[in-house]
Design a protein around this ligand. Sequence first.
Ligand SMILES: O=C(O)CCC(=O)N[C@@H](CCC(=O)O)C(=O)O
Ligand SMILES: [Zn+2]
Length: 341
Amino acid sequence: MELEWSDFLKWTRETQPGSVSEQTLTLENEVTVEIWDSGVMVAHPPKPGSKDIILSCAVHGDETAPIEMVRDIAHDIIAGDLVPAHRVMLLIANPDAINNGTRFVDENMNRLFSGAHANGNTAEHKRAQKLEYYVQRFYDEATGTKRQRFHYDLHTAIRDSMHEKFAVHPFTHGKPYKKNELSFLNHCGIEAVLLSQSATTTFSYFSAEQFEANAFTVELGKVKPFGENDMSRFASADKGLRELINQHDLQLPEFDANQLKIYEVTRVIDRQHEDFQLHFPTDVANFTPFEQGYVLATDGETEHCIETAGERIVFPNAKVKIGQRALLLVAEIPASRLKLV
Ligand SMILES: O=C(O)CCC(=O)N[C@@H](CCC(=O)O)C(=O)O
Ligand SMILES: [Zn+2]
């Protein structure tokens, strides 16, 4: 399949990952664009700034709004309308799942990073391994000192949410949270940050843990089919990410704790039995609180209840495979409790 530079998403959807030879194009503005694989584009100006920025989408194939955002960013770079000041990698992670119109084909790709891809042999396992390699290569190929690494893994959620836009901050293993990163998320219209308290096998945790990248899973709204997204609802995130790319030294307002809700993950409930049921309807939004004692789920003989007042539900999903996360419980904490730098 001949590479269609002007329609990276279409070409990606028509091309099998792993079947592509690398290609390079130098634009009139002297930005070099490289294609490393289906869905893998790297752009760099002749004198890149200090940031190495990764934007990924379609780790879940039916989360179309971020795919449209990344598609348009790729298009605007190729057209010369968005001129990167820094090295940028754009990833369309799971083209097969996009074509299938589903979250995944065989295996949830966002459970296959940090080496978990070694436990199976599906196309998603192989692609996750390749994506890890591309991330490593992208960060390793940077030259110059004092590099700042970024990875925004863009998603939309299955349910409505009391915070339409929120980010999951991968577990820091005790390292402090960065005020300028929280400010940037806020600048992108993110209303809440959820602090993960354990190692995971998500894409953002991989980049944060392996490469000390400022990496986040960013939930920008609700899953909708192509053509049904109101892109005006994604405008702040789109603007912020484009500014990160095309400004040498993006100036951000001071971190304002009043502008961002902070939640800590209090419990991760993994499905253990075939007989797993959630005891609230599908239209209950993420971050909804329940009263103490409410039985949220039964898993075989086990009941999962609200243990402390103020606990809220996030990402409930009774259909996950046994052993995978079926529900997160979170609680709001004051920003004053955070170790910040
Ligand atoms: O809406 C849902 O239930 C899932 C949305 C989603 O895909 N969330 C990510 C979060 C990843 C993280 O915890 O960093 C996922 O479940 O993979
Ligand atoms: Zn997702």
